[in-house]
Design a protein around this ligand. Structure first.
Ligand code: ATP
Ligand code: MG
Length: 460
């Protein structure tokens, strides 16, 4: 299968056509780069498959090598390095998904998927695991909504699986063989959103060298997933409304509308009614988006699913969880929902020795979960404190590079939490104060699992 978003990278051809693909999600690209075989290079150089414009990224920074037996990421001896979970890596095998930091500040995700099973039940990212009553109701709703072209609004807390739900709406629809394009409204700088969504004509603005299609046209025939729709700036909302109503878009700098056949699915972890109330979201757009509406339940509301999901994730890492471990997991609260559970299982499997192992205790994982640094101390104090406490001992057991990286991570988290508080829980303000681009800031909050909505809800 090949479409606009499934590109084949050169060299290293696999022997048999593979149903596996890799996806690279990087800043500045509205939709992931996909490849099924070969090598995907990322770096500053325009010749890379994934171009990353950042001064701390090398010309050719990393390669994702796709072999018949697996996928690996290789750092090409770069100056500022490639980091995974705080550690500088040279090579890393990718099983499902990894989040990497290239250079000093660029976050990219590399994800391995498989769509060879299109004739079987929905698989992989589109597979919604869980048999609890709330999940069965959700599945029922999806089965009804999927075949239609109705716009659907997916609501739910962070990490509940909104993107998985969006993908399954696509996979269960008649558009499954056409592109599924993800557009993250929070990840694109507000000045570029219009052109990334609707495209632009040649020379539309300084820096617009060639013409570009934009996400709507890229998704032609398929599904456009507008993630974090609550982050869409107010001034761009009328243009989106027009696109949804008239099914046509006007590229930036152009004077003609272009027809598009796109099914739109949007997601948010905010309550859009509240956003409307606060004057940040247009009511007419909310009505237009929420023609179909589904709510993805929190993991608290379906504790029965915890063991099933945990076993599913363990299996995806080639490992298994012993029954007492499953019971202990089910007894925990999961404020970060399925994503937090998945990350916890991944760590537990890693600590137990990786693929092929059976996790028999959660001791190691407990350490890890209690690791979150206290937020009540200033960054410098936190570091001093860490050096003096038990954590300090751990720092001293690491190499200097690793210890430094760990300290930086601690500082980063601390800084972000305080910055967000000091900025009145407003992301744009936090961006202005810190001089960090909003979309990168957003990535940083995600990386540290800082739930902005939860912080806002708890604000004094
Ligand atoms: N029901 C499920 N079955 C299997 N995997 C799931 C399920 N729900 C979520 N996941 C996995 O959990 C992780 C988080 O899911 P997803 O990205 O869809 O959440 P989200 O609601 O979009 O989160 P956010 O609001 O933070 O963007 C992903 O790795 C996803 O594959
Ligand atoms: Mg999401």
């Amino acid at each position: 299968m090949s479409d606009d978003h499934t590109k084949t990278a050169p060299a290293l051809r696999a022997r048999a056509p593979s149903t596996r693909y890799i996806e690279v999600i990087s800043p500045g690209r509205p939709s992931p780069f996909r490849a099924r075989e070969g090598v995907v290079r990322m770096g500053r150089d325009p010749g890379n498959e994934v171009v990353i414009e950042d001064p701390f990224v090398s010309r050719v920074h990393v390669e994702v090598r796709i072999f018949p037996h697996g996928v690996e990421v290789v750092d090409l001896d770069t100056k500022n390095g490639t980091h995974y979970q705080g550690a500088r890596i040279r090579e890393l095998a990718v099983k499902e998904e990894v989040t990497l930091t290239l250079g000093k500040q660029v976050t990219v995700r590399v994800r391995v998927g498989d769509d060879g099973a299109s004739s079987r039940t929905v698989r992989d990212e589109a597979e919604l695991v869980g048999a609890s009553a709330p999940m069965q109701r959700l599945r029922g709703a999806l089965a009804k909504l999927a075949p239609s072209a109705l716009t659907v609004l997916i609501e739910g807390e962070t990490g509940t699986g909104k993107e998985v739900v969006a993908r399954s709406l696509h996979t269960l629809s008649g558009r499954a063989h056409k592109p599924f394009v993800v557009f993250d409204c929070a990840a694109v700088s507000p000045t570029l959103i219009a052109s990334e969504l609707f495209g632009h004509v040649r020379g539309a603005y300084t820096g617009a060298v060639g013409a570009s299609d934009g996400a709507f046209r890229a998704a032609h025939g398929g599904t456009l997933f507008l993630d974090e729709i609550g982050e869409l700036p107010l001034e761009l909302q009328p243009a989106l409304l027009r696109a949804l109503e008239a099914r046509q878009v006007k590229p930036v700098g152009g004077d003609q509308y272009v027809k598009v056949d796109v099914r739109v699915v949007a997601a948010t972890n905010r309550t859009l009614e509240d956003e409307v109330e606060a004057g940040r979201f247009r009511k007419d757009l909310l009505f237009r988006l929420a023609v179909g509406r589904v709510k993805v339940p929190s993991l608290r509301a379906r504790a029965d699913d915890v063991p099933v999901l945990a076993s599913h994730f363990a299996a995806s890492f080639g490992a298994a969880l012993a029954p007492p471990v499953l019971a202990a997991l089910a007894a925990r609260p999961w404020p970060g929902n399925v994503r937090e559970l998945r990350n916890a299982v991944e760590r537990a499997v890693m600590l137990a020795g990786g693929s092929g192992s059976v996790v028999t205790s959660l001791d190691d994982m407990d350490d890890d979960l209690d690791d979150a640094p206290a937020v009540a101390v200033a960054p410098a104090e936190a570091l001093h404190g860490a050096m003096r406490s038990g954590e300090g001992l751990r720092l001293l057991e690491m190499s200097f590079q690793d210890a430094k990286q760990a300290a930086v991570e601690t500082f980063e988290r601390e800084y972000l939490v305080r910055l967000f508080e000091a900025s009145g829980y407003n992301l744009s303000e936090a961006g202005r104060r810190s001089g960090v681009d909003r979309r990168y800031l957003r990535e940083l909050f995600k990386k540290h699992d800082i739930d902005l909505a939860a912080m806002r809800a708890k604000k004094p």
